[in-house]
Ligand binder design. Sequence first.
Ligand SMILES: [Cu+2]
Length: 362
Amino acid sequence: MNTSLKTLTSIALLAGSAQIAHAHAGFKDQITEGSVKTWNAVTITHGCNTNIGGESNGQPHKDVIALSAIFPNSPGFGDVIIRGTKGKAAVAEVKDATGNVTTKAVDGFTVGEEDKIADLSKDIVGSGTSSSGVPLVSALSLVNVGGAMFANNIPKVDSKGNVRGWQSWSGTSPYNGAPLLESAKKPDGSDISETGLSPFGINAFAFKPESCAKALKIRVAVANWCEKGAASYNSPSRVDLWIGHMTTKFNDPVTMPSANATPVFWSTLTVNRDLARNPLPGTKGFNPETGATIDRSVTGWATGAKDSAGAAVTSTKIACSDTADYDTVYIEPSNDDIDNLLPISAAKYPAGANGALYWPTK
Ligand SMILES: [Cu+2]
């Protein structure tokens, strides 16, 4: 392009940069608690660029050529971190571009710290205690083609044999598929935004009647990959990482929008409690089919469960406490889990699925 057009383009990018509001990688839909498995998708909303100066720095975005996603659905408590919060901030430690560690908010909170809790056994049906059982039952189903951004998908299986996520990629092998295009531009040089979907199914979730939690936030480690090969190992646009903090291996702040963003960003699949059918202790709800009131504001409300002799079980919890109870629970993969499962293979799929890793490489 000629000099005057270049100048015009630079001015347009500068003028536009303040208004660029990219959505990060997230999820197509929130889930409401219930009994039916739902179908959802990771949303791939933009390509990679350096994160120096923030994501809206006006640098061009690279096409996304692959995605990896890891869920906190390990059967082992050592692989997950569980948290609960009420009116407190969710925070994460992050490194800036020069390696300084600071504390930043997650999910829009600005101050304070969310507490770790031992397990979700009081909150989510089917969740075990930390001394026995599974942290969160969340079986995943993968979708091949049909609404998928990338034609090629393989499940990521952990060392215990559980499907923990998947890796998807564009390319010619084994199937032809396109990247998420960001190299196509508007006449002024700015990106044309596309959203790609990487679909999956997940089992239903239900909140326990006596829980005070209104939402379960499942934090999923997502990586959008934009470059490959040894020559790109140090490129700031090789990958965008959607994890709330640095890990031992994923330790380059320029690949991580969270490192320069407030609030810090986790790709989060939200499961909302059905407050009509399953009201909090101390409140009233109703059955939408019958209109019948469900009153949990009285002593001795039925929890719905029966004991082994078939007698009704009633609750002594008649209100949620502002100080003792949390209203949001979180589950996220541990740092080791992310380091072990999120890297993508350097070799071609599917034969290279268990081969050398692209990045990080050590
Ligand atoms: Cu973004």
